[in-house]
Design a protein around this ligand. Sequence first.
Ligand SMILES: Cc1cc2nc3c(=O)[nH]c(=O)nc-3n(C[C@H](O)[C@H](O)[C@H](O)COP(=O)(O)OP(=O)(O)OC[C@H]3O[C@@H](n4cnc5c(N)ncnc54)[C@H](O)[C@@H]3O)c2cc1C
Length: 247
Amino acid sequence: MITTYHRPQTLEEAFDLLTQSNTLPLGGGTLLSTPTTAPVAVVDLQSLGLDLLRLNGNELQIGATCTLQSLLEHENCPSALKTALKLEAPLNLRNAATIAGTLVASDGRSPFSAMVSAMDAKINIRSSNSESQILNIGEFILTRPNGLIISISIPLNIKSAFEYVSKTPADKPIVGAALAQWNSGRTRLTLCGYGKSPHLAMDGAEADGIQEAARNAYHEAQDEWASAEYRMDIAAVLAKRALESLQ
Ligand SMILES: Cc1cc2nc3c(=O)[nH]c(=O)nc-3n(C[C@H](O)[C@H](O)[C@H](O)COP(=O)(O)OP(=O)(O)OC[C@H]3O[C@@H](n4cnc5c(N)ncnc54)[C@H](O)[C@@H]3O)c2cc1C
């Protein structure tokens, strides 16, 4: 339950507020505003100008408070990322939910997190008492550090693909394969559809062995939605399909 609401006008003011106990950044509020019994103070980020989307060389820099829908509609948003965004949440939620809030709240079923993980996104994050630092997405997903996400950067000079299987075409995947490939041949495959975080199945100098890597990554991926055997088979098929459809 939100008991205190702040709307700072500067980043410094926001950092000061965030040093107070039990105080969290508020993005789109789609998760934070759901009913709970625990009281929480929130720092609304909407007046801080963190909603910019801009090209920076070969990268797309995505401000923390960009909504999922504004990213989806941006002319430089790669089509594989658009596919993942559409699966992340329906339109009404995409219009409110921010990319930082989504990343922070994401679990292993998140297509958006899986796709930016395959793209080896960089997270610009700042804790209240330190300089901002750039974290690799892998490090961010593993450690889930506290701090205010300022922006996320993804490379645009790569090929990417997102393939998935789900109960219905618009449902979050039971298995999703997010693939990115650099001109050098470097190939990263991240799986989603299971567990607490997307799973980096492969980061290799080339794509050889991608199906085996996909299969191995999900050997314990059993839950109420699917058996591990099913996920292993499907992950291998989707990895191959993604490799064939890279663009
Ligand atoms: C009907 C409904 C269905 C939903 N279904 C799902 C679902 O299936 N799966 C799912 O994962 N979620 C679901 N959600 C939750 C939510 O929509 C998503 O997680 C959403 O993408 C969160 O984004 P937000 O910007 O609204 O985050 P907020 O609610 O504003 O914040 C979410 C978290 O991120 C933190 N945060 C926000 N911005 C920053 C920042 N810049 N830096 C650091 N931390 C930050 C907040 O402090 C909070 O801990 C659902 C919500 C609703 C209302």
